[in-house]
Design a binder for this molecule. Structure first.
Ligand code: ADP
Ligand code: MG
Length: 202
């Protein structure tokens, strides 16, 4: 197993609203231009079972997501719908199944140094209302916990990305068969990663 950081991989899913909003190219462009390499891509309509399995691969996800949602309320001086984070997530998971099975999604594997961290940085925080300017969720959508909860649906935030390199490996195995992922070189990787830049000058 090669341990150089350039071999790290992460999973991205363009959610149904991302496709409907015409943002497939924009999303791909952001990861391409930073220097990551696309190694797998497919369109599908996931089943509710696939969505539940995807989110619960990480046994900590229920607790982390509940706590993050509650913080999203309390940071704005608002009262969360439940004090119990696991109760919050239980409701979120049901809404997520409706959201992600509502139309086609595009699943992708991107590879490169610190792929999971870089992709999370460019995607922005979970809640578009408070995600940073310049990120995908900050620039192209405006949803909030408060609005999505009162309307009884999942937060629409265009795209999913794995939380860490370890989570990514589990998620990649869940969405892709080995033979759907391509191992190849991009010539530009020499400029991004190689120690010597010999060969530029004539
Ligand atoms: P992220 O996608 O940023 O990793 P999470 O893993 O915590 O976020 O949550 C998964 C998805 O569930 C989010 O992207 C969002 O679509 C939805 N979601 C999270 N929290 C809530 C909530 N409190 N209300 C509605 N939808 C939520
Ligand atoms: Mg997540």
């Amino acid at each position: 197993m090669n341990t150089h950081p350039k071999h790290e991989r992460t999973l991205i899913i363009v959610k149904p609203d991302g496709i409907q909003r015409g943002l497939i190219g924009e999303i791909i462009n952001r990861y391409e231009r930073v220097g990551l390499k696309l190694t797998a891509l497919k369109m599908m309509i996931p089943t509710a079972e696939m969505v539940e399995k995807h989110y619960t691969l990480d046994p900590e996800w229920r607790m982390k997501t509940g706590l993050k949602s509650i913080k999203g309320y309390t940071d704005k001086g608002l009262k969360p719908p439940h004090a119990d984070p696991l109760k919050v997530t239980e409701i979120v998971l049901e809404k997520l199944k409706e959201y992600l099975t509502s139309g086609p999604v595009i699943a992708m594997v991107w590879q490169g140094a610190h792929a999971a961290e870089i992709v999370r940085k460019l995607i922005g925080g979970t809640e578009p209302r408070s995600s940073d300017v310049g990120t995908i969720r900050g620039d192209f959508v405006l949803d909030s916990y408060a609005m999505s909860d009162s309307d009884g649906r999942a937060v629409r935030n265009l795209v999913h990305a794995s939380g860490s390199a370890k989570e990514a490996e589990d998620e990649i195995a869940h969405w892709f068969k080995k033979e759907e992922i391509f191992d190849y070189k991009l010539l530009v990787e020499q400029i991004i990663y190689e120690k010597d830049l010999d060969g530029i000058l004539e």
